[in-house]
Design a protein around this ligand. Structure first.
Ligand code: H79
Length: 416
């Protein structure tokens, strides 16, 4: 079991494409984002009092899971502990936890059970750093504190990996050290030893790249940027402004459904995943505006999911129109900017057999010119889907692009 290959361990993740990130903790009570303790320099003892107020009576992990399923998501990642050090789980090495605060509940346990029940894969976000330790800020001066912080992280990661059954993703964060502290991150956290233990407890697990080691997954944050082919990657992003992941009371600058779907498509086109965040309110419920967007994405995926889940990279150009994903001989053209009449794709080497609108099955006429231009003809004036419309194109073989050896050949209507 320990010898599963990278590809085998990555299989479900590679097909999943879409996951739910959940930032929820003590900071949610204040409604000014998850960085509030540090940003406002709230003293430790003062901040700790929030644990008496964190008692989310309307928390319902099944409702979160149902929302993720409705959104077409295949997995989730919950902040078991953020940089403030407050744990949503029961820990023997900390008193700063939800079960020991007013809530008296282990939210991580409830989350794992509910998401498993809903058929979703389960991930844990865990911040290695804990702002409450002076040793984080000045590891050389506060050696004992720094060591205690590292010890606590090791102990808590072990608790997370051994107390909740099978866990699919370990999403480290906060591995970095303050700017003035020049240290090797992996060495500081003893990440080699830590991750070896993690894989012993959870042989199937995927570990991200934020403990100072590359491990399994790249994690672009607030942008969608593909890694090299074969390497697992996942873009995490907020629905609202990029400065806050935890609940922000007034956060009006929300991404539109079109933006969110385009990001998902960009991720899929690069064989990566989109981990979209919600910041539930202190009572445990997800804001209506976030719910609506997730449900709308789910509706789109109901009609177009075939072009997203398990998709592969496609060699063809999308040009101005949009982006391609692919499955074997099938190309899926995700049209971001519906051209109205014809859509022209340059440098298509492979013959097309058939083309149609994925969501409706409506046939699309086409012609292929000898210079490699594929013209999808006489498209309806208005897009079949007002956000992203997908054309499904069946090719005779895996779609290949023509290589332009002569860069000026196209001027004469030739391809090379
Ligand atoms: O958990 C989320 C962030 O809190 C965390 N990673 C994601 C998944 C993260 N920690 N640090 N960073 C991201 C980068 C640091 C950003 C900062 Fe700032 C810019 C810290 C201070 C200035 C943004 C703006 C956060 C606080 C103010």
């Amino acid at each position: 079991m320990a010898d599963l290959s990278y590809e085998e361990r990555m299989k479900w993740f590679h097909e999943a494409r879409f996951g739910l990130f959940i930032h929820w903790g003590l900071y949610s009570v204040l409604g000014r984002g998850e960085w509030v303790m540090f940003n406002e320099r709230i003293p430790k003892a003062h901040y700790a009092r929030l644990a008496d107020q964190f008692n989310p009576r309307r928390f319902d992990a099944d409702a979160w899971a149902a929302l993720a399923v409705e959104a077409g998501m295949k997995y989730a990642v919950l902040t078991t502990r953020h940089h403030d050090g407050f744990c949503l789980f029961d820990s023997e090495v900390s008193d700063f936890t939800a079960p020991k605060g007013a809530a008296r509940r282990d939210f991580v346990a409830e989350y794992v059970q509910a998401f498993r029940r809903a058929g979703l894969k389960v991930g844990f976000y865990y911040s290695l750093l804990d702002w409450r330790f002076p040793g984080y800020w000045a590891p050389d001066k506060e050696k004992a504190s720094a060591e205690a912080m590292v010890e606590q992280a090791h102990a808590q990661v072990r608790e997370l990996m051994t107390n909740y059954g099978k866990i699919d993703v370990l999403w480290y964060d906060g591995g970095w050290l303050p700017r003035e502290v020049r240290k090797d991150v992996a060495k500081f956290w003893r990440a080699q030893e830590l991750n070896r233990a993690v894989r012993e407890y959870q042989p199937h697990i995927l570990i991200n790249n934020r403990s100072g080691l590359e491990e399994d997954l790249d994690t672009p944050e607030q942008h969608v940027t593909a890694s090299r082919a074969g390497r697992g990657w996942e873009s995490c992003m907020t629905i609202g402004d990029s400065c806050g992941w935890g609940f922000i009371r007034n956060n009006p600058n929300l991404k539109t459904l079109t933006q969110l779907l385009q990001n998902l498509v960009i991720a899929a086109a690069g064989e990566g995943n989109y981990l979209l965040n919600v910041g539930p309110q202190p009572d445990g419920t997800v804001r209506k505006e976030e719910q609506t967007r997730l449900r709308d994405m789910g509706r789109w995926l109901q009609a177009n999911g075939e072009a997203i889940y398990g998709s592969q990279r496609c060699a063809l150009h999308g040009g101005m129109v949009g982006l391609w994903t692919r499955k074997r001989n099938l190309g899926y053209l995700h049209i971001f900017r519906w051209p109205g009449y014809d859509a022209a794709i340059p440098l298509v080497k492979t013959r097309v057999r058939r083309a149609w609108v994925l969501a409706t099955g409506e046939e699309v006429r086409f012609r292929q010119e000898h210079n490699g231009r594929l013209i999808l003809e006489a498209l309806p004036a208005y897009p079949p889907d007002s956000d992203v419309s997908v054309l499904k194109v069946e090719f005779e073989g895996e779609p290949e692009a023509l290589k332009e050896k002569d860069r000026a050949a196209w001027l004469a209507g030739k391809a090379r």
